[in-house]
Structures are given as structure tokens and as C-alpha cells.
Design a protein around this ligand. Sequence first.
Ligand code: FDA
Length: 306
Amino acid sequence: MEQAMKDFFLFLSKNKAMNAAAKKWGLRFGASRFVSGVTIAEAIAAVRKLNQQGLVCTLDHLGEFVFSLEEANESADYCIKTLEAIHQSGVDCNLSLKMTSLGLDISRELCMTNMRRILDAAKKNGNLFVRIDMEDYAHNHVTMEILNELLEEYDNVGTVIQAYLYKASDDIDSLKDKKVNFRLVKGAYKESAEVAYPNKPDVDENYKKIIKQHLLNGGYAAVATHDDNIIAYVKQLEKEYNIPRTQFEFQMLYGIRTQSQIDLAREGYKMRVYVPYGNDWYGYFMRRLAESPANVKFVLKGMFSK
Ligand code: FDA
């Protein structure tokens, strides 16, 4: 997609007025293709359907721009309710979350308290795994620090490494001995060339490099991509280095490349779908539009064909 269009949607994703208004609208503009619903019950129903197709899931309660203690605690409560609903319903699913929604921008202590509450609830509800999504570079160092601290107390937590960052490979090696469960991605935010590769071919090369590095280090890799070349590369590594399928999984987003998701599951790979839900869908939806012209076409078609 034209860089200008990408930047436009990323700019829109940060618009606080639109974000606030969208919470009152319910899912609109075709967002329901990418967001499973507004309530937990809707989200669990979507997960159950995916499970029936052989796909496992991770649920994410959407939340952005959290600047008050009440909102941060409420967001943590939602994470806990989600864990309880996963356990009670018996679906095959874990949890993903963003620490800014738990108060990271208010105070690190508040965020830690909420993280511990969530990880304790995850233990209590069937020892579920909790993935800390990686946000923009401004939150990267603190996220890695918090992960390090939590790993001293919990074994059901991991985070995400973004291949566009120059530091990605060093981050993987710094935690080599802890055999961390990392989700490996290309990276979704707009970052400066001081910290991230500005050119896509370099990002793709570094992505391959860190996937191989983490797998050969013996760590668990959740390779989260819609890119066929990367998927083929992982399959090639699997054969070349005899990597057991229990050491990695593929991940894709809800509503994107759904047939490929099913195909990978049928080939016997663990395929996890990232399933977002909640009324704070606007920023997430705009970032999906920024990623792909196909998604913009889909939304425009939906808007103008009625
Ligand atoms: P790339 O963008 O190169 O696309 C390759 C091909 O895939 C495209 O040509 C197109 O065919 C298809 N494709 C890609 N995106 C599409 C879309 N939106 N719609 C339709 N087709 C599409 N990032 C981050 O910074 N922090 C995080 O925590 C996460 N978490 C995360 C979880 C999961 C499960 C996924 C799949 C992705 C993330 N990401 C993320 C996003 C990630 O960093 C990246 O921006 C997107 O996955 C797009 O990159 P691809 O690897 O898919 O390839």
C-alpha cells in the first residue's frame, strides 16, 4: 500500500475523539470481520467456532488510551473475566493483552499489580498462558524489563519480539537461558530509522534471522505472520533442523487469510488465531486497514454496497 495511505490510517488509529465515539457505536464499517464481538459471550462463541475448525485461539480484550486508575483496573478486571470465561467454557484459548491498557503510562507499579492479578487468575483458571503484546518502541524497554521481573515469579507469561527493531536479536539472546515463549512478528508501529529497519526487505531478512535464532536456541516460537514466504521458511527450518512441531506454532489475526489458517491446521500445525473483542475496536481496526489494501477494499465495498 502507498506509504501515504498507511500513514493516514495509522494517524486515524490514534484519534482519541473517534476512538471515544466508536465505543458508543457498536461494531461498524465492516469492523466485525476483524473484531469478534463486543461482549465476552460473543467472543467465546467465535472462539468455539474456530476450535471446531481445528484452530486454537488467543483472546484480546481491546483497550487503548487508558489514562486513569479506574480504567486501568477495569481493563485488568476484563482480562480476569476473560480468563474465567475461557476456563468455564472449556474452549482452547489463551489471553493476549497490552500493558498500556493496564496502566503502564500511569505508573509501572500499577501495571505490575494488575499483571500479577491477571497472572494469578490465569494460574487459577487452568494455568492459562498470558501473552504481553508488544506496543510501540517507547514502551519496548519497560515491557522487556517487566517481562524479566515476571519470569522470576511466573512460567505462564511471554511477550513479542518485533523483527523491524535492530535490538530484536539481542533481546532473544538476552533471555536465551529462560527458554521464553516468544511471539515473533515483523512489527506494526511507525518507528524511526534510528531504532527500526526502514526497508521491508531488511525487516523480512531480520524476521527470518530471529525465527531461526530462537528455534535453534530451543525456545518456543509463535510465528505470527500472514506471509507465505515466511511460513514456507519455517517449514523448511522444521525439516532441516528436525524441529518438533511442539516447539512452534503459527498465528494469524481473526478474519485475515482464514483459508490459510484452516489449511495449516489440516497439515497438522498448531494454528492460533488472535481474536480481539470489546467496544474499544476503533484503533485496532484502523491498524488492520493500514496493513492491507485488500482490507480497505473490503471495507469500502461493505460501506457502499448497501
Ligand atoms: P506482511 O505485512 O509482509 O504481509 C505479507 C502478506 O500477508 C501480504 O502481502 C498480504 O497478502 C498478507 N497480509 C498481511 N497483513 C494483512 C492484512 N492485514 N490483511 C490481509 N492480508 C494481509 N505487531 C506488533 O508490533 N506487536 C504485536 O504484539 C503484534 N501481535 C501480532 C499478533 C498476531 C497473531 C499477528 C498475526 C500479528 C501481530 N502483529 C503485532 C502485527 C505484525 O507485526 C505485522 O504488522 C502484521 O502481521 C503484518 O505482517 P505480516 O507478517 O503478516 O506480513
